[in-house]
Design a protein around this ligand. Structure first.
Ligand code: ADP
Ligand code: MG
Length: 329
């Protein structure tokens, strides 16, 4: 072999070693594909490994985008808007996804004694967390609360329709939709034949298959430390195929006169829940159930929250506010 050929060969080997090193340092494995999209008003990431991982991740996002459009509170063409604009006593035809979400929401509302209630929408509007939030007048809250009650609509999930009993009753699926979408994304990935996957839809995490980074296949999911930089954890939980969902007050909030107001509302009072909690994390096989339960357990507080989680066979973690780590804005 000529010196020139040896030099070329050495360069090729060096390049290959460099590429491998880069691959390892980026944490990505051969055959793994990862993508982040902005859906459900938050960052959604799907990583999957195995055959056709890229196509599978794309299909999972297509499914999630379809559900985002369907459940979008602020879009005129969503089913949620159709329901919200409908009058009382009219049969509203719904698709199978909406029927499933509403039926799960109702189960959690019943089991939590109304701590979880998707008819919170008129109160949520007053607080305006997605716009320029401010504390509403108590008269406005009392008035909005009149149409809040999950019994203000009847769902027929077998024949896919619902009827409102109060024209002013409106629903908001913000406390459960991301969880349902994460479940559906996981289903799509599974059907596409991926070996393993990690889904994170704004704190709604679903794991699929064995974690390739761990010999025993276990996934380690961090519970975000409230009010700390993203990625700083207060606890790491270990799971096999599961959903791990966190509802917290540290992302959507505002401070007025030194008081922190956040987006988890007590359907009884119409005010943000003040019970010392900063986040609740629920582990369950269904991400939709875990999402609804996390919100419900937050409203109920630790004692009754644990009882509720037990009814669903879910694991639950409560984290409390620590003034030292809170940002004062
Ligand atoms: P995140 O959206 O941060 O994941 P949650 O799952 O707790 O947090 O959902 C909070 C959202 O759910 C709020 O933005 C609002 O749209 C809705 N919501 C607030 N309080 C309740 C409640 N008591 N029951 C049902 N939905 C609620
Ligand atoms: Mg929730």
């Amino acid at each position: 072999m000529s010196i020139k050929k040896i030099k070329i060969l050495l360069s090729v080997i060096l390049l290959a070693v460099l590429c491998a090193a880069l691959y390892i340092s980026s944490g990505r494995r051969a055959g793994e594909y990862s993508e982040t999209q902005f859906l459900f008003d938050t960052e959604c990431t799907v990583s999957a490994g195995g055959k056709n991982a890229e196509a599978a991740v794309n299909a999972a996002f297509e499914r999630a985008a379809e559900l985002d459009a369907l459940f979008d509170y602020y879009s005129d063409s969503s089913i949620v808007s159709e329901i919200n604009n409908a009058s009382a006593d009219v049969e509203i035809g719904i698709d199978a996804d909406t029927a499933s979400v509403l039926s799960m929401a109702n189960q959690i509302s019943e089991a939590s004694g109304g701590a979880f209630d998707i008819t919170i929408a008129p109160v949520k509007d007053l607080w305006n967390f997605s716009g320029e939030p401010s504390v509403p007048s108590s008269a406005a809250i009392q008035s909005a609360l009149k149409s809040v009650n999950y019994n203000n609509f009847t769902l027929d999930s077998e024949n896919n329709f619902l009827v409102k009993h109060n024209t002013f009753t409106r629903i908001d699926l913000g406390g459960i939709a991301k969880g349902y979408a994460a479940d559906e994304a996981a289903k799509t990935l599974k059907e596409s034949g991926v070996k393993y996957a990690l889904i994170d839809f704004g704190g709604n995490v679903v794991t699929l298959g064995n974690n390739p980074k761990n010999k025993n296949g276990i996934w380690k999911i961090g519970i975000q430390k409230p009010f700390a930089p993203t990625g700083e954890y207060s606890e790491i939980i270990e799971v096999t195929e599961s959903a791990v969902v966190t509802s917290g007050i540290y992302e959507r909030n505002f401070t007025e006169n030194g008081i922190l107001y956040h987006h988890i509302l007590d359907p009884k009072s119409g005010y943000p829940v003040e019970n010392g909690l900063s986040s609740v994390t629920v582990v369950h096989k269904s991400s939709a159930v875990a999402d609804g339960l996390a919100t419900a357990c937050f409203v109920l507080g630790e004692e009754h929250g644990r009882e509720l989680a037990e009814k669903f066979g879910a694991e639950v973690y409560f984290k409390y506010r620590n003034e030292q780590t809170e940002e004062t804005k």
